[in-house]
Design a protein around this ligand. Structure first.
Ligand SMILES: [Zn+2]
Length: 769
């Protein structure tokens, strides 16, 4: 297990207070540490480990908050959505910086479908009349809100065009479960315009599920209960969304991300493009986002039953479901043009140019986007500046480092997806890891990703200082995880860990194509949890807001640059790519047992439901003054055979353990004892392991997604759905189909085990078994 350098330093300085003799003894113990593998970094020998630690410290100290602040001011100074003049201007400015810092940099362009609004109408036509403003007001205190001519209107990109008038129905978050509840109340969304609130899942799911239930239009509003004054003072007194604030955003369907017209291939000149009418990812019905100021008169006009308690928001009205006299007119029309994307790609060549460590963050925003994405972009650029400086002083990374400033993330991960699709063959040959960041703020370190990187991330987190607490960011995140764990058993488990559990990645940012399409181990890094509000995707997400309510002194922005850059360096400079598969095997075992539990819970739940129906419980308890529709008897899910997957996971655990053992031996090996050529063989093995998670046929219902373990859910969007091939069928209650996928997943896990075994065997040979 790793011992934190910081803690070691603290330890030594404590001793110094008491006795110099003891200090000398501790120093001597540390000096003799090379033989002790616990002092050596994962994937390093004792000597290279010491050099790397010193180097990373030098890197960390050179990161300057004021530079990050200036990067943010510059990049968020004007609206910079895809296709806007300042989007291109920013890309060129970023390119010039990379060149100035000594990177080999260029802009790569793609032409993608990016609709922008031409006409938007939301009006209540009965029983009274009200026309929604659909406009976020200028605030005199906040200078960039005045740039109205450059701001994209409030809209949801990739909404279908439409002009509909229909009764209004409130559907809570608009999830599938919400419609089941509507069924119980005898209310249908068929032929209606539904109004849903933001929250509980990705926005694009709302119009998708609405259309599946026969709705002909969809409104999504920001309820203050989830996003606004319920949490704190609204802007500009506090940092929370105000009454006319609107969340823009993409509602692209989840079949595949990227340009809707070029699924699976890069949107380069001459690429074969679908007709717009054949693009599966455009919504079926028109949809618009609105503020609660615009939503309140519509909600207040609803009649019908009072909404269940869990459906009520924070507005001073009684929430009704409808339908009733309330009729709404919704019109959406967009310009359906192709727009250029400007991805900035900057390379720092390593001494081994065949292995690439890739770092990325998008630069496009919905409007000014100080938080999303510049709070990730600005520190990333500072990382690159410092690496450029160090390069000028004579350092060369072992592996090639590639920085990517993506365009078009907001509409649907366009810039990263088109780039990965274009370069997928090279990437599969060369890419070791992709490290992403996006919005970041004040608070705790959070990292998501593939768990082969969990060990290395944990060790880096021990070395980064929390700027306000003066403990390591690891310790803060670790202690918080203990406090938030659900029970004593869970707390006990976390207490014993020296790493941080990585969250699963869905498709919330630019890592998606790396992980899910190209099979590249990926990470997403950021800080958060202590900012005072959010202006997500509104005109108020700008420099004034960020510098008043997020990371005001850029201390955590500095920590993000230190963290992202140190993880990058740790991976780029290692003798052996610092993968450890034991945490990954554990995580996959957990995914499997979660599915077994899910099946068991579903069986029990449906059995109980059927019993209650037969007992007449629903009819006996329903209020006869209210409409109540008894749920239908459901088929109890059959048992599924998880055995093939369990067996393959046992093999995986053994392979992972074997590799971990060989790795421990490598770490305690004498310097120079292992030849460069035998390391090269192991590195080549390691590079290939994450590709083995792919199945070229993709997920059964979403062929673009090739990774058979890591994927977002078709009905969760941002949210991950590990082992989606099985899980999604389970969610759809297609038990037989789910069962049939298990042997295929087991096969994939077997391939991964074989890959790890090969790496273990080659490493054993290298270190001498
Ligand atoms: Zn973003």
């Amino acid at each position: 297990m790793e011992i934190s350098v910081n803690r070691l330093r603290q330890f030594i300085s404590c001793i110094l207070l008491f006795s110099f003799v003891q200090f000398a003894a501790a120093q001597a113990a540390e000096d003799s540490a090379p033989s002790n593998s616990s002092h050596t970094l994962l994937g390093y020998t004792s000597r290279s480990s010491a050099t790397e630690r010193e180097f990373e410290k030098k890197f960390q100290e050179a990161v300057v908050s004021a530079n990050i602040r200036e990067n943010m001011r510059r990049l968020s100074a004007r609206p910079h959505n895809v296709g806007s003049p300042y989007d291109k201007d920013n890309a060129e400015w970023i390119l010039a910086r990379f060149k100035q810092w000594g990177f080999d940099a260029h802009i790569e362009t793609f032409d993608v479908l990016f609709p922008t609004p031409k006409e938007r109408i939301v009006e209540l036509v009965a029983p009274t009349k009200f026309r929604a403003k659909l406009q976020e007001p200028v605030l005199s205190v906040d200078p960039t809100t005045k740039q109205t001519s450059e701001q994209l209107p409030t809209y949801n990109a990739y909404s279908a065009d439409g002009d509909v008038t229909a009764p209004l129905v409130y559907v809570n978050y608009g999830n599938r479960e919400d419609y089941e509840e509507l069924d119980r109340m005898g209310i249908s969304a068929k032929g209606a315009i539904v109004i849903t609130r933001y929250g509980s899942g990705w926005r694009g799911i709302k119009p998708k599920v609405a259309a599946e239930h026969g709705a002909i239009g969809c409104l999504i509003y920001s309820d203050p209960r989830g996003d606004g004054f319920f949490h704190g003072d609204d802007y500009p007194t506090g940092g929370w969304r105000s009454r006319e604030g609107v969340q823009r955003g993409s509602v692209m369907d989840t079949d595949y991300p990227g340009d809707p017209l070029t699924p699976g291939v890069g949107a380069v000149p001459g690429a074969k493009r679908l007709d717009i009418k054949d693009a599966k990812t455009i919504t079926k019905i028109p949809v618009l986002p609105i503020s609660y100021s615009d939503a309140q008169p519509l909600l207040a006009a609803l009649q019908g039953p009072v909404a269940p308690q869990a459906w009520r928001g924070g507005l001073p009205i009684t929430y009704h479901i409808g339908p009733g006299a309330a009729r709404v007119h919704l019109k959406v029309a967009s310009n359906w043009d192709l727009k250029p994307l400007y991805d900035v790609i900057a390379t720092l060549k390593g001494s081994d140019p065949d292995q690439w460590v890739i770092r990325g963050n998008h630069h496009d925003a919905w409007v000014n986007g100080a938080d999303d994405p510049i709070s990730g972009q600005a520190p990333m650029l500072e990382e690159a500046r410092v690496l450029g400086e160090l390069r000028k002083q004579g350092w060369t990374p072992k592996r090639t480092i590639i920085y990517c400033a993506w365009d078009g993330e907001e509409p649907g991960l366009l810039g990263s997806v088109e780039w990965v699709e274009t370069h997928v063959d090279e990437l599969r040959k060369h890419a070791v890891t992709y490290i992403n960041s996006d919005s970041s703020s004040r608070g705790y370190l959070y990292v998501g990703g593939t768990q082969d990187l969990q060990a290395v991330v944990g060790t880096v987190a021990h070395d980064i200082n929390d700027p306000e607490k003066n403990i390591s960011v690891f310790e803060r995140a670790h202690l918080r995880a203990i406090m938030h764990a659900k029970d004593a058993e869970e707390k006990g488990k976390i207490r014993k860990r020296s790493d941080l559990a990585l969250g699963d990645l869905g498709d919330g940012s630019d890592y998606t194509s790396f992980q899910d399409f190209a099979g590249i181990s990926s990470l997403n890094v950021g800080y958060g949890g202590e900012d005072e509000g959010t202006q997500y995707h509104s005109i108020y997400d700008d420099f004034y807001w960020y510098t008043h309510f997020a990371d005001q002194d850029f201390a955590y922005e500095r920590a993000l640059a230190q963290t992202g850059g140190s993880i990058l360096l740790r991976i780029a400079d290692a003798d052996l790519i610092p993968f450890d598969y034991a945490p990954q095997a554990d995580a996959i075992a957990q995914y499997e047992s979660d599915m077994e539990k899910l099946l068991k819970d579903k069986q029990e739940e449906i059995n109980e439901l059927n019993t209650e129906i037969q007992e007449g419980a629903f009819n006996a308890t329903a209020d006869p003054h209210k409409t109540f529709v008894q749920p239908p008897i459901e088929t109890v899910p059959p048992y599924m055979n998880f055995a093939p997957m369990k067996n393959s996971i046992e093999t995986l655990k053994k392979s992972a353990e074997r590799y971990s053992k060989a790795l421990a031996k490598f770490r305690s090996a004498t310097d120079g004892a292992i030849s460069a050529s035998s390391l090269e063989i192991v590195n080549a093995d390691l590079l290939g392991v994450s590709r083995l998670f792919l199945n070229e046929k993709g997920l059964p219902e979403r062929p673009w997604f090739k990774n058979q373990i890591y994927a977002p859910g078709a009905y969760t969007g941002y949210g991950a759905k590990p082992v989606a091939a099985v899980r999604e069928f389970m969610d759809e209650k297609k038990w037989k189909e789910a069962d049939a996928q298990i042997p295929m997943v087991a096969d994939v896990i077997d391939h991964v085990s074989a890959g790890i075994d090969k790496a273990a065997a080659d490493l054993e040979r290298a270190v001498g078994k």
